[in-house]
Design a protein around this ligand. Sequence first.
Ligand SMILES: [Zn+2]
Ligand SMILES: [Zn+2]
Length: 647
Amino acid sequence: MAEPSSVETSVIIRCFNEQKYLPGLFDALDRQSYRDFEVIIVDSGSFDRTREIAEARADQVLRISSHDFTFGYSLNAGIREARGRFIAIASAHTEPCDEHWLANLVEPLRDDTVAMSYGRQLGKACSKFSEAEDFDRTFGPHGREESPARWCVNNANSAIRKDLWEQYGFDEELTGLEDIGWARHWMDKGFRVVYRPDARLYHLHEESWRQIRRRYYREAVAARRMGIKGPNTVLGETWAELRNTASDLINAFNPKDNPVAARLTLGQRLREVVYFRVNRNIGTFKGLLEAHPLETRQEQEDALFDRSTRAVVIHGPGKVALEEMEMPECKPGDVVIATAHVGVCATDLEILSGALGYYKNGMAKYPIVPGHEFSGHVVSMGQNVTAFKEGDPVVVECIQSCGSCAECRAGNFIGCAERTELGVFRRNGAYADFVTVPARFVHKLAAGTDMAQAALCEPLAVVLKGMRRLMPALAAAPGGAKRAAVTGAGCIGHICAVELARRGFPVTIFDRNQSRLDVFKGRDSIETSTDLDRLGEFNVVVEATGHPEVLDKALHAAPAGATLLLLGLPYARKEFSFEAIAAYDKTVVGSVGSTAEDFEEAIRLMPSLDLSPLLACHLPLERFAEGWELARGGSRLKIILDVGDHP
Ligand SMILES: [Zn+2]
Ligand SMILES: [Zn+2]
């Protein structure tokens, strides 16, 4: 872009998590015929790849805290750094339609009577049908002067004179419509505001219905503060909206050049029109009629930010979808993590089917985002978090106990009645772009750690906790040399066999599925077998299938004095006889989950363990359903979902 000290126009772009659209906007800026401009990005705490993209392509990137953000505040911050005498303003989720956009937009400003110009906005196929109709209604193909009877000026596509801004900046208190406030100020002083239909850009919203309600709500609140609208204009608004709805419905039958038409069938268009209009009006009328709208800073921040994340949501037994959802807020003590990889676990499938105990006994409720075996990078910290910084590679404990009840203080975390389990119950997990968790359950990894392998820290920690409980029992058990059997060669069983071998035990791993055993070929320290009748040869048995039949067999076949570690679940209902346990001095140890101590050990041990067979199958998050199918079929040892890989 242009050399220092010699630009006519500064283009100001405000960003919050705009990685999706920003590259397209920069490409379109590169194609502009008018070249006398610089680009200034004002980022209010993005935690996706926005800053990386901006730093590579903009002339300047400013950062403001998301806590300070209003549209006016961020624009003023950007303009303060601007060197041009003209300021062009574009929303980050826009894309100029052609190479003449910027030339046409700033051209009117060369007339000294003009304070501001604004361009045409158009929808694209991804827009909502009604929104494209609204753009056409509001902007349209004909040039005109702005008038108080019909405020259309809009900072998604506008330009102003910097000398006037220096005398009067954008209102930093408004929750929207700062553009109209500014235009009104200068029109009152006799300046003109002109509409240039040939300065065209696509304005790309892909919002949920909730986001649409919120956007119109905060705009209505701003219009009310400025005295443009209020409870007394509701009747007129209603009338206009009924007309717009009727017109949208008619146009849904005959969409002419509405770009959304091709994306939707007639039925979908009609339905979308109704949904859009209803949600838009819920937002608008709430904003116009509510007694004390957006008075606190927190309310404003919530209304201004769309902290949305892609997430796989299980809504009930058998009901699952990948959707946009709101991120949980980042409270003091929390960190936000961008997921790198998440492992598919049998638990995820049990949540989906409703078979998991917590869901059967009513302790857990849907909806839930699954995913407890994951790695990621810290992208944002709540207040009071000092142990982490942005970009830290991390893993997170699944079982999150309260830390203050009597059980927790005694170290019996699994006995904590207040506990949550990430991605299992009461806390959403990592089948999502972002996860918010209390910092005390987060563990830092060394720089350069293999992030896919790091997603195995959780199952490794589960195994290490099991070992921690098994070892004292073994030390107390009668008999000499220990020979270990592991039943079940899935993820947990596989890791158990590798870890027992590392500890020097002769290990035999059992499974019905020969392909799961074949991956051990070439490992001298681990034998494989499909014949459970051999269990009598082993005085240490780790049960990792969760099958009641296998457990029953192990309880009876294990020799006198044997020690059994149960790592599988759910073991279902079956009558077990414990006569063999009591009569033959056998010991049964149960273990579930893991603690901070196990995670630290898992992180330390991970580089020295060869767990490569567990990392052979990768799928992108959006193909999670395929991953679950594979997991159900048992043909893959482990499926790793790739979510995001940015550091
Ligand atoms: Zn798991
Ligand atoms: Zn507790």
